[in-house]
Ligand binder design. Structure first.
Ligand SMILES: C[S@@+](CC[C@H](N)C(=O)[O-])C[C@H]1O[C@@H](n2cnc3c(N)ncnc32)[C@H](O)[C@@H]1O
Length: 421
């Protein structure tokens, strides 16, 4: 992760003060080239160097936060780790609506981060009692919750949470979003390193289950890799995607579950949410038995649907077969379509070899190729060199090819996008 000056609780108090807020409001949009002269200008106005550093760090984090929070980023404070781990606004709103529907008195957010979920719950009129193990993060969340005086964040550990004897009668709920990253330890892409084992997250799955046993209205956000066989009896595990990327699997216990078992929620800019559940899916989706099963259409299931194990909702709705189990491409000749899969018209289907595909492309003067692949391992750059095609059309034609497996055999399907889900 790139180096940003480390902030302390004092810096957050300054940023949350009327003076700090006024200075933040007056800052121009973040521009790396202008950072040094801006820093000099603030210092010559008599602002302490550590406060100048805190202001510029926030200016930078707010610019980055716009991707998750849009214009609301300009009213929030962030830490770099807190921003990276925060639920994006549209997904946090999805969480908050589940709690709001139950008219709870208080929701305990046990590991609140910078407060994205706590804020969206507060917006919907829920009183949030939030804790975070990290003092700086708790201070940021508390500052972010200031517009809702009943909601507060303080330093605390989820493990220390004591539920009232009758949580339902007390009308309380619990929300957990366990840390799945090791703060300060970067992976190859510069993001903090991920944790995959349920017991290694903080708080652990055991703690989450204990809290869910004491507080029926409990929800928890987990990694999209949450194993299907860990879905607790009676709970709902919902995989959510945003614009085609799966962001999380949230497990909803007790009255927060809208159905038991697995479901998927497909979200994206400018579109209504779509929900898919087990009742809509064929339990044993059929798979192709040979290349002859390739029909007129290929449906690419949204990845949340695939992760939730609900490809049977696509095969059932379009009367199709999956190319190979688990790959999420469905073949059919029926004209039906579903809003949770992208449909492609299939123009050609051939067993995949570089030589035959190169010949096919050359015969049609195709020089620009979009390559999609699932279930085949190959280096795309190397393949492009072997096929002698670029990404753009250049002087020639464009095509899209899907490289996948049909009934265990590697195939190339030449397709064109038909609809956007
Ligand atoms: C994934 S973040 C929460 C993000 C938050 N839901 C949001 O949208 O902004 C997890 C947070 O849990 C905190 N945490 C980790 N272990 C904890 C524990 N045992 N008790 C309380 N907080 C903890 C971390 O400091 C981190 O800020």
């Amino acid at each position: 992760m790139e180096d940003l000056p480390v902030m302390d609780v004092g810096a957050i108090r300054f940023l949350a003060s009327p003076d700090g807020q006024a200075l933040l409001r007056d800052l121009p949009p973040y521009d790396e080239a202008a950072a040094l002269p801006l820093s000099d200008r603030l210092r010559t106005r008599g602002i302490a160097p550590e406060h100048v550093a805190a202001l510029l760090t926030q200016q930078r984090l707010r610019a980055r936060a716009r991707a998750k929070f849009g214009q609301f980023a300009d009213g929030l404070l962030f830490t770099a780790d807190g921003l990276e781990q925060a639920s994006r606004l549209e997904v946090a709103t999805t969480h908050a609506h589940r709690f709001a529907a139950l008219s709870l008195a208080t929701v305990h957010d046990l590991g609140c981060g910078i407060g994205a979920d706590a804020i969206t719950m507060s917006v919907l009129g829920i009183t949030v009692a939030a804790v975070d193990i990290d003092p700086l993060t708790a201070a940021v969340a508390d500052a972010n919750l200031r517009p809702w005086p009943d909601s507060r964040a303080r330093v605390g550990r989820a493990e220390e949470f004591v539920a009232p004897v009758d949580a339902m009668r007390s009308r309380i709920g619990a929300w957990l979003d366990p840390a799945r990253r090791v703060p300060g330890v970067a992976d190859a892409r510069g993001r903090s390193r991920r944790i995959y084992r349920l017991e290694d997250m903080s708080p652990s799955w055991t703690t989450v289950r204990a809290i869910a046993a004491a507080v029926p209205a409990t929800g928890v956000k987990l990694s999209p890799s949450f194993p299907h066989d860990h879905v607790p009896a009676g709970a709902e595990a919902q995989w959510t995607s945003w614009d085609g990327t799966v962001l999380e699997c949230a497990v909803w216990f007790g009255p927060l579950a809208r159905r038991s078992g697995r479901s998927a929620r497909v979200l994206g800019p400018g579109r209504d949410p779509i929900e898919v559940d087990e009742s809509m899916a064929q339990p044993d989706p059929p798979a192709a038995s040979s290349l002859a099963d390739v029909g007129l259409w290929l449906h690419e299931a949204d990845r949340a649907v695939l992760r939730a194990g609900l490809i049977g909702a696509v095969t059932g709705a379009v009367d199709g077969v999956e190319v190979d189990p688990g790959l999420g491409y469905v073949l059919t000749s029926s004209s039906a379509s579903v809003p949770f899969a992208r449909r492609y018209a299939v123009h050609e289907a051939m067993p995949f070899s570089v030589k035959s595909l190169r010949g096919w492309l050359r015969a049609r003067g195709i020089t620009g190729l979009t390559i999609k692949k699932r279930g085949v391992r190959l280096d795309e750059d190397q393949l492009r060199r072997s096929l002698k095609v670029g990404r753009g059309a250049g002087d020639g034609e464009q095509a899209t090819v899907v490289l996948t497996r049909v009934a265990g055999q590697q195939v190339a399907l030449v397709v064109s996008a038909d609809n956007a889900p």
